[in-house]
Design a protein around this ligand. Structure first.
Ligand SMILES: NC(=O)c1ccc[n+]([C@@H]2O[C@H](COP(=O)([O-])OP(=O)(O)OC[C@H]3O[C@@H](n4cnc5c(N)ncnc54)[C@H](OP(=O)(O)O)[C@@H]3O)[C@@H](O)[C@H]2O)c1
Length: 263
């Protein structure tokens, strides 16, 4: 897809990757509707961009997503590209995860991309063109200890992306699923960063990941798994998960201390 002059809805635009992605899309001539719950962050991001509207909204409910979709459609006069980037993380032993946090993460990470895709799809199908980009995670293919809720949401997002892509095969609408490994953004708080250092977890710069997300759109990619050896482990985990259980066990024991806040 050539990004120039495309009407783009980007969620999570105020965040670590979203703010960079917004300005890179703008440089390529996109017309942007930038969506985020954080109004201040959104205004900061939009300040440096000429062709951008901002939509402050909470994506944690169907009605919130519907309202956001309506505002974006009106501001842009339609849509060509939906990028579902907003997301939440939680690093915790599952026995310590609250019911509220589980529900919120399912809403924001999984249901919001589905609700937004549902809202914009009729327009895309009518014009017989459009692309939906769902930003998942390597944890959407490899269930990670102490990220059980997050992994579940991203596994769901990957399944949704695959099914929808197959459903739309005879239409002009396409679906891209991009799965980064860990990225240096505010999503990863102190304990995650310390655990990452202790276990040798690779962490990418957000600029490099954004470049790959843009390339996946421009090159009409279907599934993109970022980083080596993580992209290889995705394949091995799909075929031989017991091997991955074994290779992660020692790191999982170290991670537990950070997830439980032990010294
Ligand atoms: N960072 C990583 O290691 C990593 C790795 C793989 C995949 N990803 C995925 O990449 C995406 C972007 O992550 P990031 O690292 O850029 O995270 P980030 O810096 O935390 O940005 C996420 C953005 O989403 C917004 N958001 C959260 N809940 C929302 C809601 N209910 N309604 C509207 N907006 C909401 C946040 O707003 P607030 O600031 O108000 O919360 C924030 O601006 C996520 O989907 C994430 O799962 C991240």
């Amino acid at each position: 897809m050539d990004i120039r002059d495309k009407r783009v809805v980007l969620t999570g635009a105020g965040g670590g990757m979203g703010s960079i992605l917004a300005s890179e899309l703008a440089k390529r001539g996109a017309k942007l509707a930038l969506v985020d719950a954080n109004a201040e962050a959104l205004e900061r991001v939009a300040a440096g961009i000429v062709d951008a509207h901002t939509v402050t909204g909470d994506l944690s409910s169907a009605s919130g997503c519907q309202a956001v979709a309506g505002q974006c459609s009106e501001l842009l006069g339609g849509i060509d590209l939906l990028i579902n980037l907003a997301g939440l993380n939680s690093f915790a032993a599952f026995e310590d995860e609250s019911a509220e946090k589980i529900e919120l993460m399912m809403h924001v990470n999984l249901l919001a991309p589905m609700w937004l895709a549902r809202a914009f799809l009729p327009t895309m199908l009518d014009q017989n063109s459009g692309r939906i980009v769902n930003v998942g995670s390597i944890f959407g293919s490899i269930g990670f200890a102490y990220f059980a809720t997050y992994s579940a949401t991203k596994f769901g997002l990957r399944g949704f992306s695959e099914a929808l892509r197959r459903e739309l095969v005879d239409s002009g609408v396409s679906v891209t699923y991009v799965a980064p490994r860990a990225v240096k953004t505010p999503m990863n708080t102190g304990p995650v960063v310390r655990m990452g250092k202790a276990t040798g977890m690779n962490m990418d710069e957000p600029e490099a990941v954004v470049e790959k997300i843009i390339a996946s759109i421009e090159n009409d990619r279907k599934d993109v798994y970022l980083g080596f050896p993580e992209s290889l482990f995705v394949r091995i985990n799909g075929l031989l998960p017991r091997i991955v259980d074994g290779s992660l066990a020692a790191k999982d024991r170290i991670a537990r201390k950070f997830a439980k806040g032990e010294k």
